[in-house]
Design a protein around this ligand. Structure first.
Ligand code: THU
Length: 144
C-alpha cells in the first residue's frame, strides 16, 4: 500500500477544514478496496455536537457515492503527535471495515506515521452481529 500518497491526500484535505471553534484542523483520506480515495475534513458547528469529524466526512462522502469496501484511512491533525480517531469515528469505521485488516494510518507527515488495525483501536466493538433479535430480550414493560 502506498501510505505516502494517502497521507499526502489527508494533509491536503486538512486545508479545507472548517474549524472556527476549536481552531484544530483535521484531514482524512479513505482508500477503497478498489483503489479510490475519498477525502474529508472536520466541519464544525456552533452547536458543537453537530460537528462532523474528518473521518466521518470521508466515510459519508464515500458511502453516498456507492462505496462500502474500504482498505485504509490516513488521518492528519493540527497536533504535534499522531492523532487517534475519536470513539464515534471508530464506531463508524467499524460499520463498514473489517476489524482485523482495515488499516488506520496515524500520520504526522508522509515519513512519520503509525499503522494500526481497527480492532486495536476498538476492541470488543458493538457490531451488527450483536444486534440479532433473540429470546433473551425483555418483554415490554419488564424491569431489568
Ligand atoms: N476531530 C476530527 O476531525 N477527528 C478526530 O478523530 C478527532 C477530532 C475534530 C472534531 C473537532 O472539529 C476538532 O477535531 C476538535 O475536537
Amino acid at each position: 500500500m502506498d501510505y505516502q500518497s494517502l497521507i499526502a491526500r489527508a494533509i491536503e484535505a486538512k486545508q479545507s477544514a472548517y474549524a472556527p471553534y476549536s481552531n484544530f484542523r483535521v484531514g482524512a483520506a479513505l482508500l477503497t478496496k478498489s483503489g479510490k480515495i475519498y477525502t474529508g475534513c472536520n466541519v464544525e458547528n456552533v452547536s458543537f455536537s453537530a460537528t462532523s469529524c474528518a473521518e466521518r466526512t470521508a466515510v459519508c462522502k464515500a458511502v453516498s457515492e456507492g462505496e462500502r469496501e474500504f482498505a485504509a484511512i490516513a488521518v492528519n491533525g493540527d497536533n504535534k503527535d499522531y492523532l487517534p480517531p475519536c470513539g464515534i469515528c471508530r464506531q463508524v469505521l467499524a460499520e463498514f471495515c473489517d476489524m482485523e485488516t482495515f488499516q488506520v494510518i496515524l500520520a504526522n507527515d508522509e515519513q512519520d506515521y503509525q499503522v494500526v488495525t481497527l480492532d486495536r483501536l476498538l476492541p470488543g466493538a458493538f457490531l451488527a452481529e450483536n444486534l440479532k433479535s433473540g429470546e433473551s430480550h425483555s418483554p415490554p414493560g419488564k424491569e431489568v
